[in-house]
Design a protein around this ligand. Structure first.
Ligand SMILES: Nc1ncnc2c1ncn2[C@@H]1O[C@H](COP(=O)(O)OP(=O)(O)O)[C@@H](O)[C@H]1O
Ligand SMILES: [Mg+2]
Length: 257
C-alpha cells in the first residue's frame, strides 16, 4: 500500500480552479519534488493534504485512511508534518519552547497549557524536554536553545522549523519552499540538510521548490504543476527537457537552470 494516495484532488476559489485533478502516489520513505511557476497550486496541495482547505473533489488517503474532513491537528497526529513558505515560528518564545509546544500540542494540549504545564506529570515534562533538546542537537541549535526564536538568523529559523516539524515523528514531511529567500550557497547547504533528514529519519518528503536547479539535484522524481494541473512528471532529466515545462517556465520569464 502506498503511504500517500491522492486522487483527482481539486479545489476552486470563486471561479478560479486553483487545483484541478491532482493525482499523486507516494511510497514510504520516498522523496518527490513538486515544482511550478508562482500561483501554479503547489501550496494549495499542502493545504489540502493537511486539512487547511477542504477539496471540492477528490480523495486523500494516508496509510489507507481518508483524510478529507479531518482537522489539521488530527492529521498531524496521524503522521504528517509540514513547514510553511513564510516561516511560522513563535518568535517571542525560546527555541526549545517552540519544539516543546509542538510536542505538547501533539499530545492534545493547547499551546498555553502546553507551556505552563497544567496537569502533566514530571515524567512527561522531562520526556518532552529531552526529546526537544535531542532535536535541537541534531539540527545544531542546542547552543541557542534559550534564545528567542525570532532572534536567530534566517537559515537557523529554517532549521528550527524543520526540527519542530520532525519532533512529532511524522512519516511524511511536507516542505514548502524551504530555500526561499536564501542565496545559492545557503540553498545548497539546506539541500544537504534535507538529504540528511531524509536518510536519518527515513521519512517520506514532498519538497516544493520554485527553483528547478535546487530540486533536480535532490529528487529522483519530480511533478510539475501549472495553472492547477500536472503538466509533466518523471525524472529530473525528462522534466527538464519537456516542452510543456519549458513553456510554463519560460512563458513566465523564469530561467530553467
Ligand atoms: N484561500 C485562497 N483564496 C483565494 N485564492 C487562493 C487561495 N489560496 C490560493 N489561492 C489561489 O490559488 C492559486 C494557487 O495558489 P498557490 O497554491 O499558493 O500557488 P503556488 O504555491 O504554486 O505559488 C493562486 O492563483 C492563488 O491566488
Ligand atoms: Mg506557494
Amino acid at each position: 500500500m502506498a503511504l500517500l494516495e491522492v486522487r483527482d484532488l481539486s479545489i476552486q476559489f470563486g471561479g478560479l480552479k486553483a487545483l484541478d485533478g491532482f493525482t499523486l502516489s507516494l511510497d514510504e520513505g520516498e522523496m518527490v519534488g513538486l515544482i511550478g511557476p508562482n500561483g501554479a497550486g503547489k501550496t494549495t496541495v499542502f493545504n489540502l493534504i493537511t486539512g487547511v482547505y477542504r477539496p471540492s473533489r477528490g480523495e486523500i488517503r494516508f496509510r489507507g485512511r481518508s483524510l478529507v474532513g479531518l482537522r489539521p491537528n488530527q492529521i498531524v497526529r496521524l503522521g504528517i508534518a509540514r513547514t510553511f513558505q513564510n516561516i511560522r515560528l513563535f518568535k517571542g518564545l525560546s527555541v526549545v519552547d517552540n519544539v516543546r509546544a509542538a510536542l505538547f500540542s501533539q499530545t492534545g494540549y493547547g499551546l498555553l497549557p502546553a507551556l505552563v504545564g497544567g496537569g502533566r506529570t514530571a515524567g512527561e515534562e522531562a520526556r518532552v524536554y529531552w526529546r526537544a533538546m535531542e532535536m535541537l542537537r541534531l539540527f545544531e541549535l542546542e547552543e541557542v536553545a534559550a534564545e528567542p526564536a525570532g532572534s536567530l538568523p534566517y537559515g537557523a529559523q529554517r532549521r528550527l522549523e524543520m526540527a519542530r516539524a520532525l519532533a512529532s515523528g511524522p512519516r511524511l514531511l511536507l516542505l514548502d519552499e524551504p530555500a526561499a529567500g536564501m542565496n545559492p550557497t545557503e540553498a545548497d547547504r539546506l539541500m544537504e540538510l534535507i538529504r540528511w533528514v531524509h536518510r536519518h529519519f527515513g521519512v517520506a518528503i514532498v519538497l516544493i521548490e520554485h527553483q528547478m536547479r535546487v530540486v533536480m539535484r535532490l529528487c529522483p522524481r519530480i511533478v510539475v504543476l501549472d495553472f492547477g494541473q500536472v503538466i509533466a512528471q518523471g525524472s529530473p532529466e525528462a522534466v527538464r527537457q519537456d516542452p510543456r515545462v519549458l513553456e510554463a517556465y519560460l512563458g513566465k520569464g523564469v530561467a530553467v537552470t
